[in-house]
Design a protein. Structure first.
Length: 426
């Protein structure tokens, strides 16, 4: 029997956030005040609600006498809720979890559930390619879909309007952030789940794949305490990862972020999550954040003229402002801003750096790595009045474009030539 004095305060766990919730364990035939939420050949993790229940703790150690037993604390209602689920509910949870688990194991960036007339097809996006995984019946899909909506705080009754939600998922020793998006179709709701590991502690701008010139230019840019740093590229090329890797290098400052949604949680930062349900705009949030005197501000994305103007105004107050924009390359990012009715000379006076990136597939390591092109505006003369982007280009210091770097990677036998066409086009 364990002595009460030997019982330490157990770590807490929220069962609703755990991915590996199996059907009721064999142990529940004997006790119903615990949940086995993780088990291997030599380790078992169990949630209980009373840390002083010495008899239960002793029973658990004896029941799993060939394994190391780790005890966690959870709310009683959570333990009861899980233990009294029906077989259908448990099967639904297992199926919904297993697709996310498989996605994590195979390093998928996205899981696509495509609803067709008679069934639902599942695809994983791995290294940029969409790969077919499975077909499931619509009857099962309806239950799985509701499960995904519940964990991401979406309205399960609304199947007409697109919705977007998020959740933090714990799998073994990983904390993953998932973003769940619904899109109504003629045969029912399609769902896409984006998976991202919440691995801020492991981020490093030098390990993303950028060449030394890009890393040096980034570090030169962030030495300045004000100005706008814009990162461009399509969806899914790692823009958020790159920006957070950069922010980690200046994390001793007062950093605030405004994102839709927050994808990497950093307790040291002041982070704001906005979406269509919050009824807040980027412009309103930027004005609010400036009252808190940040040194560095991350604005998730420039989508409209109001946000673009607000980002520049923030940089004018002496802040270093990071943001992203969907554009093909660095110069197209400038063109997009001009299309949003921003004056080109106003931009030149306030932009610090414009960067663009893509992910290429390294054929030797079977991994994707980042390639970037970067334009530093710190030495561009601001006394000249430019009329067009093309005119401005004449005053930009020489830099290597993404295509030039990709061509060199082909010559170095790092990537296949087909990668260039696939990612950058002809």
């Amino acid at each position: 029997m364990n002595n009460c004095n030997d019982i330490l305060k157990f770590p807490r766990v929220v069962l609703s956030e755990l991915l590996l919730l199996h059907k009721k364990h064999e142990i529940n035939k004997f006790v119903s005040d615990c949940v086995v939420f993780f088990e291997t050949d030599d380790l078992v993790k169990i949630a209980i609600h009373d840390e002083n229940d010495v008899c239960l703790i002793d029973f658990l150690h004896n029941f799993f006498k060939t394994k190391k037993v780790e005890i966690f604390l959870s709310e009683k209602q959570e333990i009861d809720f899980f233990n009294f689920k029906s077989d259908v509910e448990n099967e639904t949870i297992n199926l919904a979890n297993n697709y996310i688990i498989l996605g994590i194991r195979e390093n998928a960036s996205d899981i696509h559930f495509k609803v067709e007339k008679d069934n639902v097809k599942i695809y994983f996006r791995i290294n940029g390619d969409l790969k077919f995984k499975n077909t499931i019946q619509k009857e099962k899909w309806n239950n799985i879909k509701r499960r995904y909506k519940v964990i991401s705080n979406l309205n399960i009754a609304d199947e007409i309007n697109p919705q977007s939600g998020a959740a933090n998922i714990f799998y073994v020793d990983k904390c993953c952030y998932i973003r769940v998006s619904t899109h109504p179709g003629i045969f029912g709701e399609n769902i896409t789940i984006r998976i991202q590991e919440n691995n801020y502690d492991e981020l490093n701008v030098e390990t993303l794949g950028f060449d030394a010139d890009v890393v040096d230019s980034i570090r030169k840019s962030i030495k300045y305490q004000k100005g706008l740093f814009i990162l461009s590229g399509p969806v899914g090329v790692g823009k958020t990862t790159t920006i957070y890797s950069i922010l980690k290098e200046i994390s001793n400052k007062n950093i605030m972020t405004i994102e839709d949604p927050v994808e990497i949680i950093v307790p040291e930062f002041k982070q704001m999550d906005i979406n269509e349900n919050s009824k807040l705009t980027y412009d309103e949030c930027i004005k609010s954040s400036l009252r808190h005197d940040p040194d560095v501000l991350l604005i998730g994305e420039i989508r409209d003229t109001e946000t673009a103007n607000a980002a520049i105004r923030a940089s004018l107050t002496g802040k270093l402002v990071f943001t992203t924009i969907h554009a093909f390359d660095a110069f197209e990012a400038l063109s997009r801003l001009v299309d949003l009715k921003l004056d080109i000379n106003y931009l030149v006076q306030n932009i610090n750096t414009v960067m663009s990136q893509r992910l290429f597939f390294d054929k030797s390591s079977n991994k994707r790595f980042a390639v970037g092109e970067i334009i530093n505006f710190l030495n561009v003369p601001n006394y000249i009045k430019f009329e067009t982007i093309s005119e401005l280009k004449k005053y930009i210091p020489k830099y290597k474009t993404m295509r030039e770097k990709a061509n060199q990677l082909v010559l170095d036998n790092v990537i296949d030539k087909e990668e260039i066409t696939k990612i950058l086009g002809d």
